[in-house]
Every structure is written in structure tokens, then in C-alpha cells.
Design a protein around this ligand. Structure first.
Ligand SMILES: *Cc1c(COP(=O)(O)O)cnc(C)c1O
Length: 486
């Protein structure tokens, strides 16, 4: 199976796609065709066995042994359970908790395996250069990528986060990062600024050639890398099978999934899962007040000419959803033309054919106040969720009111409530202005009776090892400085 750019006929193997991260034309790699599975073959498998099977379908240039080694290395005690994820059944829906990895967000699942996939891929290709991972983060990717690549031989990782756009806990997680090969910078700007700047570095031919002479090459740990998306397909297969196991559905019965979305990576992995044969009916895309995706999926018009909002679900504060490009490719749109328009006018509109393909999605958004109310309602009914999950849970209510769809539904939970403590505590009516996020952690733990997860416990005692804040036009300079002082 080969991978082709969304913007041209440029085609590479899976190993090359993972190492390159993004195509030279600025496009994203997508599978040339979709493999297919019979869900019945998965009913008795463990998470790791499923992972191996799915990777074999997508990474056809990897040997079985290579895939097994990657899966074994990634999915171990770093996760709280050997199931990797947890599936809880509430009254109206099931919750797929994807946050039981080291950094308490769903990105751990893909980012614990990506470094191994990348190392294996670069060895297969005979690459001797050091791989420099450039990452723009809205808060969670950065930490998960830092943990994944920390001290991985032959790699460096440089993370850029919006200096005022992330929670105290997220920031603290990153600036206390250990590892000889890790670099962390705050940038004065929002996530879109960081992501756009990093993307432009990937497309800067001169810089790429210059660093190659010194034995470096760039790659990406953002969901623009196909090596991030494929691991995310696995948990949808796994969740479906567990729904069957829990007698919530009969095998082959369709389900809906609700995904709190920002860069559109997680829900696109759900779409891929559906395409390979997981019985998924509606893909429900939940946004916060930065509701570009809601508007797009309802109208076929993508328009970023609007105010960027900093919300209480900051990991979804995004206006330029990178992975939507892969969806446009999937439905046969002229991606290159749309991306040019997006660049020039901040807007594009898909074809009338394309608009017909939007019906497999339902989309809506949740306002900040609704998000807090949702947390409170769920908590009173016995379940504690974070703000991102609450966005999804509330959109599911709107979906229920708007449609007659009766399928069983999985709401995807992307972060631990202990990662966004301030807003969660606010929702529960504990608005103590004098307490910092770390004091609130203790309080949340004592009122909920849940233990503070390992990833944030004692975080305020850890040494600060990074702290640089730069202007958004200093990213290139910063990278060059890091690579020169080898
Ligand atoms: C990254 C993130 C999202 C958004 O996921 P996408 O794949 O970018 O759509 C949602 N919630 C949390 C907690 C995240 O970290």
C-alpha cells in the first residue's frame, strides 16, 4: 500500500510517508486505497493483537516482526490498563476514555507508538540523518510527543506552544520535560500561528537542504503525519468490539461516535475505521465556539474569517483544521485549489457533489457555559468528565433532539478531568480564585474521591527545565540555533 499527497500525484511507501511527515508540495499523505476488515475476526483479540493486524494492513512495507516490536514497545505499563483505553457505560451513551496514558490526553495512544514507527521506518530506508521532530501544539500533543520521543536515539524534538493559550497544568507538564533531546518554546500567538509557522518550515526547501548538510532532517509528530492517524483507527475497532462484548450491540449493528474535534485527526481516524469496515453510522463532530468545522460540515463552506476564541476546551481552539484536507481528498475535492483559496482568502467552498458527501457527518458546537453545565449534570449523575468530553457529550444531546437516530453511541473522551482542573472545578461550583491549578487538583481529588493521576501528581514540585518565549517569526531562527549547537 502506498501513500499519496492530497495535493498532487506524489506517491511514497508507508515508511517514507512517516519519515517525511508532510509531502514536499505541502499536501498530507493519504492511503492510496482503503483496506478492509471483517469485524468478526477481531472479536476475541487483545488491543495489541488488533493493533498488529491494523498496522499490517496499512504498513505493508514493514515486516510482521517490525510491527510487533513497535506495538510491544509502545503499549506497555505506560498505560493504566492493558486495554489501553477504558469504555464506561452511562445511561444514554458509552464513553471511550482515551486518556489513560502518561500525559492524560488521547494523543498518548498514537504518540507512544509513532517514535518506534519512525525509527523503524528510517532504518528501513537507510537514513543516517538525525530526525528533528517539529511540533506545534494546542497543549496536549506537545507533552505527549515529548514523552514519546524523549531520549529516543537519533531524534531531537522541538515543541512550540501558544504561550497564553494552554492550561497551567499543560504548560507545567511541558516546561518540566526531561530528556537530552527535548526543546520547548512558548510563542506569542495562538495555535494556528504556531501550526502555520511550523508547516512553512517543512516547506522551506533552502532550510531543509541546509540542515541536511549537517545531518538533520525534519519530520512531524502532529496529526499531519499519517503515522499519527493509523494508530488512532485501532481504538475505534477495539471500542466497537467491546461494545459487542458488553452486549450493548450485536455484531454488525451500527453505532455512532461523537468526537470532540479540533484538527479533525481523531474523527478522521473514526472515518477511516468506518471505511475499513467498522459498523459506524454517524460521525458526530463536536466543536467549541471556534465552530468552523460545524459550519463546514453543515454548509460545505470553510471560513476562518472570524475571531479566534480562547475557550475552556483549549485543545480544540483551532480555526485551521489540518486533517480536513484528507477528508476533502477522500470525497474527491480539488484540494490544491481549496487550500490556495484558504491561504489567500481564508475561505473555500466545496462542490455540490462534495456537499452530498457531508451527510455521513453530524456537527454542532457547545458554548462555554453549556460545557460547564454539562460537566455538572454528568457529575451529579455519577460521572466526572473534562471540558473537551463535555463539549462532545452536550453535542450528543443536541443530536438526539435534532434526529430520530436510535443507534448506540460512543462519546469519545479525550482528556482526563485532572488535566483541566480549573474549569472542571468551576463547573462543580468551586470557584476559588485564590487557588492555583495544583491546589485545585487536590481539591478535585478529595471531592470526587478519585486519585490524582500519576501524570500530574507532584508536577508543581518538578524542576523547570525550559522557559523560552519567542515571537512567532523567530521560529526558524530558534530551530537553526538549536541545530547548530549540536
Ligand atoms: C487534540 C485534542 C482534541 C482535538 O483532536 P483533533 O484530532 O485535533 O481533532 C480534543 N481534545 C483534546 C483533549 C485534545 O488534546
Amino acid at each position: 500500500m502506498n501513500y499519496t499527497s492530497t495535493r498532487s500525484k506524489y506517491t511514497v511507501s508507508a515508511a517514507e510517508a512517516i519519515v517525511e511527515g508532510i509531502a514536499p508540495d505541502g499536501g498530507l499523505f493519504v492511503p492510496q486505497s482503503m483496506p478492509s476488515i471483517n469485524i468478526e475476526d477481531f472479536l476475541t483479540l487483545t488491543y495489541k493483537e488488533m493493533a498488529i493486524k491494523i498496522f499490517e494492513l496499512f504498513l505493508t512495507d514493514f515486516t510482521r516482526e517490525e510491527i510487533e516490536a513497535c506495538v510491544e514497545a509502545a503499549y506497555d505499563h505506560k498505560f493504566k490498563t492493558s486495554n489501553i483505553t477504558e469504555l464506561k457505560h452511562l445511561e444514554d451513551f458509552s464513553v471511550l476514555e482515551l486518556y489513560h496514558g502518561k500525559t492524560l490526553a488521547f494523543k498518548d495512544i498514537a504518540l507512544s507508538v509513532l517514535p518506534y514507527l519512525m525509527k523503524t521506518a528510517s532504518q528501513k530506508l537507510g537514513i543516517k540523518d538525525e530526525i528533528v521532530i517539529l511540533t506545534a501544539t494546542s497543549g496536549d500533543t506537545g507533552k505527549a510527543a515529548l514523552e514519546g520521543f524523549k531520549d529516543v536515539e537519533g531524534t531531537k524534538i522541538i515543541v512550540f506552544y501558544p504561550s497564553d493559550g494552554i492550561s497551567d497544568i499543560q504548560k507545567r507538564q511541558m516546561i518540566t520535560q526531561e530528556g537530552e533531546n527535548t526543546y520547548v518554546y512558548g510563542i506569542k500567538g495562538n495555535f494556528d500561528d504556531a501550526q502555520t509557522a511550523v508547516k512553512s518550515i517543512f516547506m522551506n526547501k533552502q532550510l531543509k537542504e541546509k540542515i541536511l548538510e549537517d545531518g538533520f532532517r525534519f519530520s512531524s509528530a502532529n496529526s499531519i503525519n499519517i503515522g499519527r492517524l493509523i494508530p488512532q483507527i485501532i481504538y475505534y475497532v477495539n471500542a466497537y468490539v467491546r461494545m459487542v462484548g458488553a452486549s450493548k450491540i450485536k455484531v454488525h449493528e451500527p453505532i455512532n461516535i461523537v468526537v470532540p474535534s479540533g484538527n479533525f485527526g481523531n474523527i478522521l481516524a473514526g472515518n477511516y475505521a468506518k471505511l475499513i469496515g467498522v459498523p459506524i453510522d454517524k460521525l458526530i463532530c463536536a466543536s467549541n465556539e471556534n465552530a468552523v468545522l460545524t459550519e463546514f460540515l453543515k454548509t460545505g463552506i470553510y471560513d476562518i474569517n472570524r475571531e479566534f476564541r480562547v475557550t475552556n476546551s483549549p485543545s480544540m481552539d483551532i480555526l485551521i483544521s489540518s486533517n480536513l484536507e484528507r477528508f476533502l481528498h477522500l470525497i474527491g475535492e480539488d484540494v490544491k485549489a481549496h487550500m490556495t483559496n484558504l491561504n489567500l482568502q481564508g475561505r473555500y467552498e466545496i462542490s455540490s457533489m462534495g456537499k452530498k458527501s457531508l451527510t455521513s457527518y453530524y456537527a454542532d458546537f457547545t458554548e462555554e457555559k453549556e460545557t460547564l453545565d454539562e460537566i455538572k449534570t454528568a457529575y451529579d449523575a455519577g460521572y466526572l468528565m473534562d471540558t473537551h468530553t463535555a463539549v462532545a457529550s452536550h453535542v450528543f444531546k443536541k443530536f438526539n433532539q435534532a434526529t430520530l437516530n436510535q443507534n448506540s453511541t460512543i462519546v469519545v473522551s479525550t482528556a482526563s478531568p485532572f488535566k483541566f482542573t480549573k474549569h472542571v472545578m468551576q463547573a462543580l461550583g468551586h470557584n476559588d480564585e485564590n487557588m492555583n491549578e495544583f491546589e485545585l487538583l487536590n481539591q478535585l481529588s478529595s471531592i470526587s474521591g478519585l486519585d490524582i493521576p500519576h501524570g500530574v501528581k507532584d508536577l508543581d514540585q518538578s524542576n523547570i527545565l525550559h522557559g523560552g518565549i519567542i515571537e512567532k517569526d523567530e521560529i526558524q531562527e530558534t530551530i537553526e540555533k538549536i541545530l547548530r549547537c549540536k
